[in-house]
Design a protein around this ligand. Sequence first.
Ligand code: ADP
Ligand code: MG
Length: 214
Amino acid sequence: MTGIGIALSKGRILEETGPLLARVGLAPKEDPERSRKLIIATARRDVSLVIVRAADTPTYVAHGAADLGIAGKDVLAEHGGEGLYQPLDLGIARCRMMVAVKKGFDYAGAVRQGARLRVATKYPLITREFFAGKGVHVDLIRLYGSMELAPIMGLADAIVDLVSSGKTLRANKLAAVEEIMPVSARLIVNQAALKTRRAQLQPLIDAFAKAVQP
Ligand code: ADP
Ligand code: MG
């Protein structure tokens, strides 16, 4: 692809990035949520949006298949961030990565007693590192969605997932018991591309920086 590609995902990230893209002069030419196209033209002829799965965004940018990307800190932490420059917290798609359990489950007690915890998550690396840091043994159960089901169905004692309002947890009789990290979306840039094509990429990064200032 010639020109500049910006990788991002439909759903939460695109929803919250929409106004920002418009302010940077990159309004999409068609609605990515409705179009079946995966490469969407923008108001700038040399810049396209590349629609990927949220967890794939760092991969596209790290390999240079897209020059820039917009990804949650959750996804970046799980990826590791190698080959990526992360110049800007966009301050959008804010939530928190939390440990949650079924209401009534004595999480603090289980941790204190050194019990082995069964933890379901789509963030295995973050989860492993977090509990290792606490000295808690975990059996990781890798899921791809609907994490809230796992404790209810007896698949896990705890989940590690993103929480914003807490409504989904409450609706499923779960309670958040510990925060792992605050999460928001970041602009990411391919490190090599930034070196070799700085004249092309830096003005765009600067435009994003200006657009996020309150
Ligand atoms: P997927 O379900 O494919 O992971 P989502 O659109 O649900 O895609 O999530 C994409 C990104 O949006 C996440 O990686 C995270 O950074 C952010 N996000 C997810 N859930 C929330 C939420 N409840 N509040 C704010 N941001 C969120
Ligand atoms: Mg989701």
